[in-house]
Write a protein that binds this ligand. Structure first.
Ligand code: ADP
Ligand code: MG
Length: 461
């Protein structure tokens, strides 16, 4: 049953709701996504929004749905049931029409910010990430060999090339090296290196600004080698996946080289279209693992040489024995020690390295179990272990659960499927949780840092 049959009343309610929303969004987002929308019906359970195209539906659903329903609910008199769903009505002329009306009715429209112009596509390649500077060991040999092969015969055997592995293990380095190698052999080659995030942003921008033809021209026609970093960013982004799928096909059919990186195996990327996953599998898939001790030592020595740091062998070995998982952290540690030496005007030696690394030295004395981590997390938050394994999704349970998943994965090295089982969840849920906490830590989110640190100390990690 309709709460209001009248288009005018609906529009009035909608206009008041928009006023609330205007204050909650940036000007640019408001003008782009909500200003062009009309509300054509308000019913007991749902409202109908008229939008210019499908993309509005996806975008609004993903970002503004709750806000919209809440704002509209606030406008409805108490006692009237609040709609909880949205129906969509596509009207392609809508955008022009609302813009024209607004221009006509408001003599001095607020100047809207010029759209962010995407930077001109440059190669964006970092010279220091070359094949020469990449240390090869058993952990990355396959990925390295495949990258070299793809770069020396682009579009042939290793197409597409899919590299996957954890953070800081050299994926971006190899992508850059490929791009440079191709250009070395053929300076006229059109090499595009970019992250999936940037691809997404440019795509959205192009859609909003009617520049989609140029966008497609750039990625489907004017490109000989496409190097797309961190494809997992497309997880759940339906429309961008669709665009990438067509980009992929267009390039592939012209025998252009495509290389993609991800932090997990193709199938494990959550919410990724099956047809894209199967495209990724159609070429070469290579993983990168954490490097072995000898490789870590070699990486440190190479880095020291590049940065002109005088690094004694015993110190290199000590650092490599202490920092195990991540090459970025390994390099960061070396630089910290070098800075400290410089500040103290003393040479780098074992003692200095040990004192710098003391707080980092977190190797547990004995193997720890998932159970112990779960118990420690529950102790900290005052929960029962059964809560962590339950289906409850409220934040006071889901956050501790994510922290526990993160610690089990990062500190115990437990596998995703095994953790899925221990927490009674799908492995993709675990992947998402680990990634989320990981990025919050990387952004130094204070609360998360504090919680993780406190629990780690409790566990003696
Ligand atoms: P990812 O993209 O996998 O997160 P990066 O490619 O950004 O990792 O690597 C992180 C840092 O570690 C970079 O400075 C990179 O040069 C360095 N690195 C990683 N693997 C190697 C390696 N095998 N040899 C030399 N440097 C490496
Ligand atoms: Mg990277």
């Amino acid at each position: 049953m309709a709460l209001s049959e009248s288009f005018d009343t609906n529009q009035q309610l909608w206009t008041s709701a928009l006023e609330q929303l205007r204050n909650r969004l940036s000007l640019e987002n408001f003008e782009t996504w909500l200003a062009p929308v009309e509300c054509t019906a308000i019913e007991r359970e749902s409202i109908t929004l008229r939008i210019p195209n499908r993309f509005f539906q996806d975008w609004i659903s993903a970002h503004y749905l709750e806000l919209i329903l809440e704002a509209l609910g606030n406008e409805l008199p108490s006692g009237v049931s609040k709609p909880t769903q949205v129906r969509w009505e596509i009207d392609e002329e809508l955008k022009e029409r609302t813009q024209a009306t607004r221009m006509a009715s408001s003599p001095a429209p607020a100047p809207s910010k010029p759209p962010p112009t995407p930077e001109p596509t440059t190669y964006n390649l970092k010279p220091k990430y070359s094949f020469n500077r990449f240390i090869v060991g058993p952990s990355n040999q396959l990925a390295y060999a495949a990258s070299v092969a793809a770069a020396s015969a682009p579009g042939h055997r290793y197409n597409p090339l899919f590299l996957y592995g954890g953070v800081g293990l050299g994926k971006t380095h190899l992508m850059n090296a490929m791009g440079q190698e191709v250009l070395l052999a053929n300076p006229a080659a059109r090499v595009l290196y970019l992250s999936a995030e940037r691809f997404t942003n440019e795509f959205i921008w192009a859609l909003q600004n009617h520049r989609i033809n140029e966008f497609r021209e750039r990625y489907r026609r004017n490109c000989d080698v496409l190097l797309m970093d961190d494809i997992q960013f497309l997880a759940g982004r339906e429309q961008t996946q669709e665009e990438f799928f067509h980009t992929f096909n267009a390039l592939y059919h012209q025998d252009k080289q495509i290389a993609v990186t991800s932090d997990v195996y193709p199938q494990q990327i959550p919410e990724m279209q099956e047809r894209l996953v199967s495209r990724f599998h159609s070429g070469m898939v290579a993983d990168i693992q954490s490097p072995e001790l000898d490789t870590r030592i070699a990486i440190l020595k190479k880095k020291a040489e590049a940065e002109e740091i005088d690094l004694p062998s015993d110190v290199a070995t000590f650092i490599a024995q202490t920092v195990k998982v991540n090459v970025r952290e390994l390099e960061g540690t070396l630089l910290r020690i070098a800075v400290k030496a410089e500040l103290l005007s003393r040479p780098i030696d074992l003692e200095l390295a040990q004192s710098t690394l003391q707080p980092l030295n977190r190797t547990p004395e004995r193997a720890m179990s998932v159970d112990e981590v779960q118990q420690a997390v529950c102790g900290y938050f005052g929960l029962k272990v059964s809560d962590l394994r339950s289906k409850r999704r409220s934040r006071n349970v889901s956050f501790p659960r994510m922290v526990a998943m993160y610690l089990c994965r990062e500190r115990l090295g437990a596998s995703y499927p095994c953790l899925g089982e221990s927490f009674g969840k799908d492995h993709t849920t675990v992947i998402n949780a680990v990634r989320k906490i990981g990025s919050q830590l990387e952004e130094r989110d204070e609360r998360v840092v504090e919680v993780v640190d406190a629990i780690e100390r409790k566990l003696g990690l």
